[in-house]
Design a protein around this ligand. Sequence first.
Ligand SMILES: Cc1ncc(C[n+]2csc(CCOP(=O)(O)OP(=O)(O)O)c2C)c(N)n1
Ligand code: SF4
Ligand SMILES: [Mg+2]
Length: 313
Amino acid sequence: MSIDLGMPSSGVAFVPQLAEGSPALGRKDYTSDQDVRWCPGCGDYAILAAMQGFLPELGLRKENIVFISGIGCSSRFPYYLDTYGMHSIHGRAPAIATGLAMAREDLDVWVVTGDGDSLSIGGNHLIHALRRNVNITILLFNNQIYGLTKGQYSPTSPQGFVTSTSPEGSIEPMFLPLAVAIAAGGTFVARGWSGDTEHLTWLIKEALGHRGYALVDVLQPCVSFNRMYSYNWLRPRVYKVQDEPGYDPGDKTAALVRAQEFGDRIPLGILYRTEDEPAYEEQVPALAAGPLVQQPLRTTSAEDYESLKMEYV
Ligand SMILES: Cc1ncc(C[n+]2csc(CCOP(=O)(O)OP(=O)(O)O)c2C)c(N)n1
Ligand code: SF4
Ligand SMILES: [Mg+2]
């Protein structure tokens, strides 16, 4: 049975729902038994709360939800949700998630990553995952610092930012993840922040409903190592593009301009979205008959194997 999120093609169209008559799940069912180890006041809490709040609403089978993370404070996220999850390797979560989504269209696959994880060591993987449009939802926990390793500047730190690895101010210009995502061929590119959980929840739901690769950049303070980007700094600067008269998230050129704005004004919301591009999985001939795990095992006879071998020798 598929779930109808009221979208033309839902990102969870092939994910099974709870069996009819089974009790509805609540926030507690999605909360694991692990102690949350983030610092008090960390922006990560708001994202976890948003996720635990809306996942039960979907009525999906918990066993069919998977969170893949990389490395960093943010990448501890899968421990705290009572779903399947994998705390994987630095920067490679999009690659692992791609394999999973390709093999199992009955899974709701998420990537959780930090600005250091996905934009430094993982930059290459992120760009190509966006370009391929695999059906995955990615949450980029963007605190503009390496939190776990105690405060080195990250690609999204602003130029001149003083940290332990940039005592005289970072020389590199700030990386603009949303502009890169749009330029790389991203089909759903959005930003929320941990100071507005209601808006963030809406954004994440929209991202999940998108068939293809959906990126949500989430601005959030690291209260221990990034004292600049606090709630007080961010609050007067953020605004929602959907409140701007005439803003059209289908206009790629306008979205690219907007995605480069980060300073006195910081855009939030769905900057760019298109439902016109097919997901990668839909274009792979071998998957036309369904996910590989559901296809019968095909074996090659000894003669066929020998003749194939001879083609190469
Ligand atoms: C291959 C490798 N290189 C470096 C590290 C050290 N390391 C761990 S987390 C991290 C950066 C994490 O920053 P970010 O993704 O922004 O996550 P945050 O802690 O801020 O949530 C680094 C460099 C590592 N674990 N593995
Ligand atoms: S170091 Fe920063 S990112 Fe990590 S848990 Fe603490 S506040 Fe959060
Ligand atoms: Mg970070």
